[in-house]
Design a protein around this ligand. Structure first.
Ligand code: AVJ
Length: 328
């Protein structure tokens, strides 16, 4: 449910801003008042941020996307007929480029097919929906606007079996308790013949992982800083992106990349509705975690969520894996 813009701990008025930003303002206020400042990675993805991410997926250092795509191309033509998939429910629908591989396999298998892309961005979703309706005549597309981290619930009445897909390694953005909640909601919605398909980035040589988040062209740095522009645009804050340095490193204990923006010098940033936020020289703002997995860590997440691994399929170089799960 929408939060009141006058939540007790938000001092200023947000009346000048659109209602959907009440939640954003609350999350930003909470994240920036924590002892270690942090913002949710979903705020990378305005139009420009989505384009920067698309650019990241084509970087030589960023092996994830092309590896996952190859796995999908190799596997979906066999998996989809095996499962008899009639509806694809995709969480965080991305560019829908990978969905196309699955939808193509559904079409080849003779299913009429229903596609349910779920994403936070309504404009993005309607674009994707009309494009896919054009490309796949006969395909039923039922987009759902939702923040999968908060309130995901699948539409009723879809033709079963369903395939829930959560691709790209995006599960890595969630701290384990939130990941388990998300997977648990999917598990709870699943019928026995439904399946869950997830892409995970694998634990591997640290240099290889770190290089993927410190590309030589600086696209990831621009993507990271873009979050500040999103805040400026949406909340009317005055972050100076040039005043923050991109910093991404592998945190070994928790097996995750952390992306930070490090304040260059002391600064005070004004955020209407929150007030002045102070950054000391060298102070770090965490913008993302990207957890890396192996079969065991996925099995643990699944078990905690009421799922079990059915198939585990990494690429030959063990960079990335697709995994399917069923209700335990
Ligand atoms: C979209 C969350 C899978 O964690 O690798 C890419 C986002 N961040 N480069 C990832 C991202 C920096 C990406 N995910």
């Amino acid at each position: 449910m929408p939060e009141s813009p006058t939540s007790n701990w938000i001092s200023g008025s947000v009346a000048a801003y659109r209602q959907p930003n009440a939640r954003m303002l609350a999350e930003v206020a909470a994240g920036l008042s924590a002892p270690e400042k942090e913002l949710p990675p979903k705020y990378f993805y305005d139009h420009n941020g989505s384009e920067l991410f698309e650019e990241i997926t084509r970087l030589p250092e960023y092996y994830q996307t092309r590896t996952e795509r190859a796995l999908l191309q190799a596997w979906m033509p066999r998996l989809i007929p095996e499962l008899g998939t009639r509806s694809l429910v995709e969480l965080g629908a991305g560019s829908a480029e990978k969905s196309r591989i699955i939808l193509g396999a559904m079409r080849s298998a003779g299913a009429t097919g229903t596609y349910v892309p779920i994403d936070v961005s309504a404009s993005f979703l309607s674009q994707t929906a009309s494009r896919l309706r054009r490309e796949h005549p006969g395909l039923i597309v039922e987009p759902v606007v939702a923040d999968i981290a908060e309130d995901f619930s699948p539409p009723a009445g879809l033709p079963h079996p369903l395939l829930y897909a959560f691709l790209g390694g995006t599960i890595g953005n969630f701290y384990p308790p939130a990941a388990i909640r998300l997977l648990g909601r999917i598990a709870a919605a699943m019928q026995p013949a439904d399946r869950f398909l997830m892409g995970v980035d694998l634990r591997k040589d640290v240099r290889r992982i770190e290089a993927a988040y410190n590309d030589s062209q600086g696209v990831t740095a621009a993507f990271n800083r873009n979050m500040l522009l999103v805040l400026n645009h949406e909340l009317g804050s005055n972050f100076d992106p040039a005043g923050f340095q991109h910093y991404a490193f592998y945190e070994q204990t928790n097996h995750r990349i952390e992306m930070h923006l490090v304040s260059q010098g002391e600064q005070d940033v004004n955020i209407p509705g929150i007030g002045l936020v102070h950054f000391s020289d060298g102070e770090s703002l965490r913008t993302e975690i990207s957890c890396k997995h192996d079969r065991k860590s996925v099995a643990e997440l699944f078990a905690a969520a009421g799922l079990e691994i059915e198939t585990w399929r990494p690429d030959p170089d063990l960079l990335f894996a697709l995994v399917t799960g069923a209700r335990a």
